[in-house]
Design a protein around this ligand. Sequence first.
Ligand SMILES: Nc1ncnc2c1ncn2[C@@H]1O[C@H](COP(=O)(O)OP(=O)(O)OP(=O)(O)O)[C@@H](O)[C@H]1O
Ligand SMILES: Nc1ccn([C@@H]2O[C@H](COP(=O)(O)O)[C@@H](O)[C@H]2O)c(=O)n1
Length: 220
Amino acid sequence: MRRESLIIAIDGPAASGKGTLARRLAARYGLNHLDTGLTYRAVARALLDAGLPLDNAQEAEAAARAVDLGALDRQALAAHAVGEAASKIAVMPEVRRALVEKQRAFAASPPGAVLDGRDIGTVVCPNADVKLYVTASPQVRAERRWKEILSGGGEVDYAAVLADVERRDVRDMSRADSPLRPADDAHLLDTSEMDIETAFQAAVALIDAALAGRNADGRR
Ligand SMILES: Nc1ncnc2c1ncn2[C@@H]1O[C@H](COP(=O)(O)OP(=O)(O)OP(=O)(O)O)[C@@H](O)[C@H]1O
Ligand SMILES: Nc1ccn([C@@H]2O[C@H](COP(=O)(O)O)[C@@H](O)[C@H]2O)c(=O)n1
């Protein structure tokens, strides 16, 4: 059966591996990919570069409206300070509304997309064909992030990375607008005990089973 368009929503906390999975899944299913965290990072970066405060909703909304999804530069937005700032500006409903509009337009473009973030299954694409909530223990996520930083030549204590991960979890899960949580119909994937390949194969099995179930139902 030929599918018109397919949307896969992937949410989860920091360093759970959702971006790694999303990139591989997009290649596997021939879909576009959007790391929505980069859109929040781009807003934060614009404010930091302009020397503006991170709590001015009007300036932040203007920066969000100016984000060009085609010009998101992962490397330029990778800095730890930018991620921290992103989680602060992400609490503002004005910023979220502007970015969600762009994210939805991206998802609607053929042939469909894999989007990863914190609110994809709950807010951005509540009608996604398949939703995954990817997680791992804070200790495992901190270790992954710590190794990533070391392999990039950075120097940081594991304890400091763990504290960052835990602080980010609290901020993302407790904000009033679009808090991080699994959608009611999301498939949970705990990768604490899985390497990248095992997690990818588990995600493919969940997605294929979900799509087969939908086809059998005659829903698509
Ligand atoms: N299952 C896994 N086993 C071991 N390492 C992993 C696994 N999945 C991802 N990683 C590694 O963990 C780090 C974080 O992964 P990734 O960037 O995909 O997480 P993320 O959830 O997208 O994080 P963020 O939201 O903070 O951007 C990367 O270095 C990645 O290679
Ligand atoms: N859909 C999303 C994606 C991200 N955020 C916020 O941005 C911060 C940075 O995201 P990374 O995935 O690049 O680490 C993140 O901590 C969230 O606060 C969001 O709110 N919604």
